[in-house]
Design a protein around this ligand. Structure first.
Ligand SMILES: *Cc1c(COP(=O)(O)O)cnc(C)c1O
Length: 270
C-alpha cells in the first residue's frame, strides 16, 4: 500500500537538531533566519518569513492583506481545510470557484466569472494542487482587472516550476506565497510554515504579526502620541537621543508565530 505520508530523516538531520539542542536558542534563533534565507534564495523571492505551520502562514498572509468583515476571498474547494479557514480567521467570507478536472487546480474561467459577480473580491487564494502550478499569468490578469491581491497556497509545491521555468514562490505573479513543512509535504521540519514575498511593507507587517505585534527599533509610529498630537518617547526609553536596546512597543494585536486564531470569524459564523 502507498502510505499517505512517510518522512525521510537521515543522520545529518538528527545531528542538526542535536546541535541546536546543545548550543542554540530553542525558538526564533539563528537557524530560523538561515532557513528563511535558504528558502528565499531557492525559490527566487526577496524575503521569507518562517512561522509555526502552513496554516499560520495563511492566517498571517490574510491579516497582512488587510481583509476582514465584508470582504470576499475566492479560493478552490479542492484543497486542505486551511486554505479557506484562514479567511474565516480574519472575519472575511470564503467563496469557492470550480476546478479544472484535468489539472485539479482552480479553473481560471470560472474564477473570472465568480470574481466579476462579487463587488468585493479582495483576495484570490489558489492552490498548486499536488505541486502542479496554476495558470499564474491568467490569474494575475484576473486579479488586476478585479483589483484583488493574490496569495499562492504552495504547501504542495516547494520545488515546482511555472511554465516559464522559474520557481513557485518567487511571487512574480502574486503578493505572497505560502509553504508548509508538515511531515506529509515535500520537505518537513516536523511542523512549520513560510511566507515568501517581494514586498517590503508586507515583510514588515508579517514580521510584526508573528511576534505579538511587537516592534523593536524600526517603528512605523515613532512613539507615544500625547494630547496636542506631538509624538514623543517616554524619557525612560531614551539614552541621550538613542533608544535603549530593551525598548519595544506593541503596535497592533499579533500572535506568537501565528498559531492562535482571532475571534473575528465568530462574528461571520453567527
Ligand atoms: C498542508 C496544507 C496546509 C496547511 O499546512 P500545515 O503546515 O499542516 O498547517 C494548507 N494548504 C494546503 C494546500 C496544504 O496541503
Amino acid at each position: 500500500m502507498i502510505p499517505y505520508g512517510k518522512h525521510y530523516i537521515d543522520e545529518d538531520d538528527i545531528q542538526a537538531v542535536v546541535d541546536v539542542l546543545r548550543n542554540g536558542a530553542l525558538t526564533q534563533g539563528a537557524r530560523v533566519a538561515e532557513f528563511e534565507r535558504a528558502v528565499a534564495e531557492y525559490v527566487g523571492a526577496k524575503y521569507a518569513v518562517a512561522v509555526s505551520s502552513g496554516t499560520a502562514a495563511l492566517h498571517l498572509a490574510c491579516m497582512a492583506a488587510d481583509i476582514g468583515l465584508g470582504d470576499d476571498v475566492f479560493t478552490t474547494p479542492n484543497t486542505f481545510a486551511a486554505s479557506a479557514n484562514c479567511v474565516l480567521y480574519v472575519g472575511a467570507r470564503p467563496q469557492f470557484s470550480d476546478i479544472d478536472p484535468h489539472t485539479l487546480n482552480i479553473d481560471s474561467d470560472d474564477l473570472y466569472r465568480c470574481c466579476r459577480t462579487s463587488r468585493n473580491a479582495k483576495v484570490i487564494i489558489l492552490v498548486h494542487f499536488a505541486g502542479f502550478p496554476c495558470d499564474m499569468p491568467r490569474i494575475r490578469e484576473i486579479a488586476s482587472e478585479v483589483g484583488s491581491i493574490v496569495i499562492e497556497d504552495a504547501c504542495h509545491a516547494l520545488g515546482a516550476r511555472y511554465g516559464d521555468g522559474s520557481r513557485v514562490g518567487n511571487c512574480r505573479f502574486s503578493e505572497m506565497t505560502v509553504f508548509s513543512f508538515h511531515p506529509v509535504k515535500g520537505v518537513t521540519a516536523g511542523e512549520g510554515g513560510m511566507i515568501t514575498t517581494n514586498n517590503e511593507h508586507l515583510l514588515q507587517r508579517l514580521m510584526k504579526l508573528r511576534s505579538h505585534g511587537i516592534c523593536k527599533g524600526n517603528f512605523e509610529f515613532p512613539g507615544i502620541s500625547v494630547a496636542d498630537n506631538t509624538i514623543m518617547k517616554p524619557e525612560s526609553a531614551l539614552e541621550g537621543s538613542e533608544l535603549r536596546p530593551w525598548y519595544y512597543e506593541m503596535q497592533e494585536l499579533g500572535y506568537i508565530i501565528g498559531l492562535q486564531t482571532s475571534n473575528a470569524h465568530w462574528q461571520y459564523l453567527s
